[in-house]
Design a protein around this ligand. Structure first.
Ligand code: GLP
Length: 234
């Protein structure tokens, strides 16, 4: 793992953007994209850049089960608002939160197979989840319907009017599919991520901290701000 500790979220996002451009110059065609507050600055930088994404395909990590793409809390809506409406891609994929479980997981696995991910962008949950692969998830999973843990519901309730409104399930790309990406950039910002970043980078590889699996991937870049990197042994 290459770890960069940068001054703040903006500088860290700028670094991630430079790496995306480098990969595109080398021929990357498919980006794996994430939602949440973590990639917001990156998408802003992409939006305001002169880089043309109209030949690129994107595959998003996850979506809440039961939300329509028009629902402002859905990840499809988030992507449209922060990136796709401003920077056209050739093709974008987000799991369909309304679809039948068996059909959707099969469809999404096929999409990932047909569009091998050159560069996957990841955030991380405070409990170490990547996508919505919660602690305890097997490293062998492909796309599946997952139950959100209480801590994830707690973290994500800020985006909803009431805690009861937070969906209890999501469709998520699996850890195995994430690990098949050729290159991965994981970003994390703020002191509430410091503990999990230390565990992910320096702790044992364990299903209790899903992101720790990334230690086994040959091309991972971790980009954090000073707060999220505060507990790392430098
Ligand atoms: C969410 C998403 C993840 C995201 C993480 C962190 O629940 N499923 O893909 O990386 O939690 O979110 P944030 O970036 O808002 O801290």
């Amino acid at each position: 793992m290459d770890v960069y500790v940068l001054k703040n979220k903006r500088e860290a996002s700028q670094k991630a953007f430079e790496l995306i451009k480098q990969e595109m110059d080398k021929g990357a065609k498919t980006l794996g994209l994430a939602t949440g507050s973590t990639p917001e600055d990156l998408y802003d930088i992409m939006t305001n850049s002169h880089v043309d994404f109209s030949d690129m395909t994107s595959v998003n990590l996850d979506e809440y089960v039961g939300l329509t793409p028009e629902d402002p809390q859905s990840y499809a809506y988030f992507m449209e608002k922060h990136l796709f409406s401003k920077k056209p891609f050739k093709q974008t994929y987000v799991p369909n939160g309304l679809a039948d479980e068996a059909e959707e997981t099969e469809r999404y696995n096929q999409i990932i197979k047909d569009n091998p991910i050159d560069l996957q962008i990841l955030g991380i949950g405070t409990n170490g989840h990547i996508g919505f692969n919660e602690p305890g998830t097997s490293f062998e999973t492909k796309t599946s319907k997952v139950a959100l843990t209480d801590s994830t519901i707690e973290s994500n309730k800020v985006y909803f009017d009431h805690e009861e409104d937070v969906p209890r399930f999501a469709y998520s790309m699996g850890i195995q599919s994430i690990m098949e990406s050729k290159k991965i950039i994981l970003m994390a910002f703020g002191e509430n991520k410091a503990d999990v970043i230390q565990k992910m980078v320096e702790g044992p590889v364990t299903e209790d901290v899903p992101a720790s699996v990334l230690q086994k991937h040959p091309h991972v870049v971790v980009i954090v701000d000073e707060e999220a990197g505060a507990l790392l042994n430098k």
